[in-house]
Design a protein around this ligand. Structure first.
Ligand code: SF4
Length: 337
């Protein structure tokens, strides 16, 4: 399928202190890198998952793609157009093709607006005249499997699943080609999560949508994603096709994330690798491999030398000196890196 989105060498920086505070605190560089050297592409009709713990930079990356946070370096190309340097008018036209579903299904909807107003609000924001009709609102609710009787309802009158469906309808209003979904099933019961994921799959088939799914929920990402990127401290540490990563993770961090997923089939339970400790602060990145403070396979080399993201198997990239097939064996035998 043709490429829809291409991200190359993306870096997002945030200022941590103003000029006066920086002077008082003696900070030479009052910035943190929330996203570093991130590159990936997304094809038409494809789903790409961004996975990581809270603080991994996945939400910031999603926001950068839609232009909600500024990039410091790199390029984002959507449908062949490089976004950097575009004036507001041209950026606005491109953004109509990219929609965002925000995390909390109820809190992300304005409490004083009816469902009718919520799902047609994008027409108003993007100044598209004559599109705020009841017909459009009914069409959008039908698309997401909600009865028209909800048109006059307010967010607090909706269940979590219904509110999420309204969020999906709102995202679909401008007929986007890409939807960035931040934790699309957060706060929902497991059975409702399944309904929302099935809805998203159906819409993808019917409308040819591409998805960028941001989540810490591995079963969710396994259900919907064709390819994955695992993020740690703002960098990709492993990328590849979803089935391959779930079957044979190459990076110890991925192994740790997967070990936390309940596996009902005893034959498929993997050796436990419990992730210990907290994700380090972006203001105090560990030297060498940034995962070494939590990695049970860390060796001397890991503490001094940062591994590059490199191909470790066809179609699989990982940044580890001692990657798959078994980082523990590679570490004891001294291979790898
Ligand atoms: Fe662990 Fe070393 Fe690989 Fe980093 S480079 S993930 S510390 S084995």
């Amino acid at each position: 399928m043709p490429e829809l989105l291409n991200v190359e060498g993306l870096r997002v920086r945030f200022r941590t202190a103003g000029p006066v505070k920086s002077l008082i605190q003696g900070l030479t560089d009052p910035h943190i890198d929330a996203v570093m050297q991130v590159s990936f592409n997304l094809n038409e009709g494809e789903t790409f998952g961004l996975v990581g713990e809270s603080g991994s930079g996945k939400t910031t990356l999603g926001r950068a793609v839609i232009g909600l946070v500024e990039m410091a370096e790199g390029s984002i190309t959507f449908n062949g157009t490089e976004l950097r340097g575009l004036d507001d008018a041209r950026l606005r036209v491109i953004r109509r093709h990219v929609a965002m579903m925000f995390q909390d299904p109820v809190a992300s909807l304005s409490p004083r607006k009816t469902v009718r107003n919520l799902v047609t609000e994008p027409f108003h924001i993007h100044r598209i005249p004559g599109r705020q009709s009841s017909r459009d609102a009914r069409r959008l609710l039908n698309l997401v499997g909600l009865h028209e009787g909800f048109l006059g309802a307010y967010p607090h009158q909706l269940s979590g699943g219904q509110a999420r469906r309204v969020g999906v309808a709102r995202a679909l209003a401008l007929e986007p080609r890409l939807i960035i979904a931040d934790e699309p099933t957060a706060g929902l019961d497991v059975s409702v999560q399944g309904e929302i994921l099935n809805l998203m799959n159906r819409l993808q088939r019917e409308l040819g949508l591409s998805y960028l799914i941001i989540t810490h929920n591995l079963p969710v990402v396994r259900h919907v994603s064709d390819r994955l990127a695992i993020m740690y401290l703002g960098r990709f540490v492993e990328t590849g096709d979803t089935d391959g990563i779930f079957a044979n993770p190459a990076h110890p961090y991925t192994l740790g994330l997967l070990a936390a997923v309940p596996e009902p089939d005893p034959d498929r339970r993997r050796d436990k690798l419990e992730l210990e400790g907290e994700i380090p602060s972006l203001m105090n990145r560990p030297r060498g491999c940034e995962f070494h403070t939590r990695c049970p396979f860390a060796r001397e080399k890991c503490r001094s030398e940062a591994p590059l993201l490199r191909e470790v198997a066809p179609g699989r990239m990982a940044s580890c000196h001692f990657p798959f097939p078994n980082p523990a064996e590679a570490a004891t035998s001294g291979t790898g890196g």
